[in-house]
Design a protein around this ligand. Structure first.
Ligand code: AQP
Length: 326
């Protein structure tokens, strides 16, 4: 059995990019692997958060994890800050990484762009992510394409420490889906769909009402050519809609191009609204059942204890290698 680890930040409502790029794989992977899924609340404070809202968002993400199909009997589901090993290991990894490699991270460049000074946590957050993964000896890390660079960094740090201190960490592999690995913003298909983008119509959140989904898709930026074909460079808007359609319907891009041959963008958009609304309806129904339940709190408590037991073992091994403590 392989160990799978991944996480999502509680920074707002999870959108279809998070779902198609990451969560959908989480559910498939829990069937035949030893899966651990975290709500990475310590990552979310790299930018300011309202404490009351953050708590609610932690529960929202946990409920959405379960609503999309994660089962606490099959997967460990827990909150990152409930396991002290993440912060502890992060410091040890920080001492074994370089400012040069962190400066190359494109997410840091994007998130700090235009700011006179950025929080140190925003700069070092890829190390905390490396700690999240290495703490659980993960073999596989299912994530969206935007995290490729961070997985590479995690591997580099693990290999560096293994070479210097002897076999300490499992070197993980990223796992990326074919369609949906990078869902783009509906209002600007050249940047990725994001929870924190200002325009709510740039994304479709898993909890959006049908009317909001309709408005966002019908307003989505396209082009003036009027031909439905996949061409990311010249037709990023239509290509993005086709990718989302393909990921939700299971139809290939070629099948969709044939289906919509000589049809207008309006028809494609209308059908995509229907497909999206239908795909999200059961998730929303389950979310409403579970969000305020004791079952959710019990799952997180139990998950935290089980995650902590694994993390403590790793920390003992790491401290031994580094000669820390007695
Ligand atoms: N647009 C996307 N397409 C495909 N996958 C995506 N992911 C994020 N955006 C897309 C994947 O979702 C998982 C959880 O992401 P996260 O919440 O940890 O952080 P993020 O990548 O920073 O996501 P957001 O939505 O853009 O949040 P904010 O706005 O808060 O920064 C990851 O596996 C990610 O790859």
């Amino acid at each position: 059995m392989k160990r799978v680890f991944s996480g999502v930040q509680p920074t707002g409502n999870i959108h279809i990019g998070n779902y198609l790029g990451a969560l959908k794989q989480f559910v498939q992977l829990q069937e035949e692997n030893d899966a651990i899924y975290c709500i990475v609340d310590m990552h979310s404070i790299t930018v300011p958060q309202d404490p009351k809202v953050l708590r609610q968002h932690i529960l929202d993400v946990a409920a959405l994890y379960m609503a999309v199909g994660l089962d606490p009997k099959k997967s460990i589901i827990f909150v990152q800050s409930d396991v002290p090993g993440h912060a502890e290991l992060s410091w040890i990894l920080t001492c074994n990484s370089y400012t040069g490699e962190l400066s190359r991270m494109t997410q840091f460049k994007q998130k700090s762009k235009g700011k006179e000074s950025a929080p140190t946590g925003l700069f070092t957050y890829p190390i905390l992510m490396a700690a999240d993964i290495l703490l659980y000896d993960a073999d596989i890390v299912p994530v969206g394409n935007d995290q490729k660079q961070h997985i590479e960094l995690t591997r580099d740090i693990a290999i560096r420490i293994n070479n210097k201190y002897g076999e300490t960490f499992v070197v993980p592999e990223g796992q990326f889906v074919k369609s949906g690995a990078r869902v783009m913003a509906l209002d600007d298909p050249t940047s990725k769909m994001s929870k924190s983008a200002e325009n709510p119509h740039s994304r479709i959140s898993l909890l959006d009402e049908p009317s909001k989904i309709k408005k966002s898709i019908m307003k989505a930026t396209t082009d003036s050519e009027g031909v439905i074909r996949f061409d990311i460079e010249n037709k990023p808007g239509i290509s993005n809609l086709l990718s989302i359609y393909s990921a939700f319907s299971g139809l290939s891009i070629e099948e969709l191009e044939k289906k919509y041959d000589s049809q207008g963008y309006g028809t494609l958009k209308k059908d995509l609204v229907e497909i999206t609304v239908d795909a999200l309806a059961p998730i929303q129904a389950r979310y409403r059942e579970i969000r305020d339940s004791q079952e959710l709190l019990d799952a997180l408590k139990d998950g935290g204890q089980r995650a902590n037991a694994i993390a403590e073992k790793t920390m003992k091994r790491v401290k031994d290698r580094f000669g820390l403590g007695l």
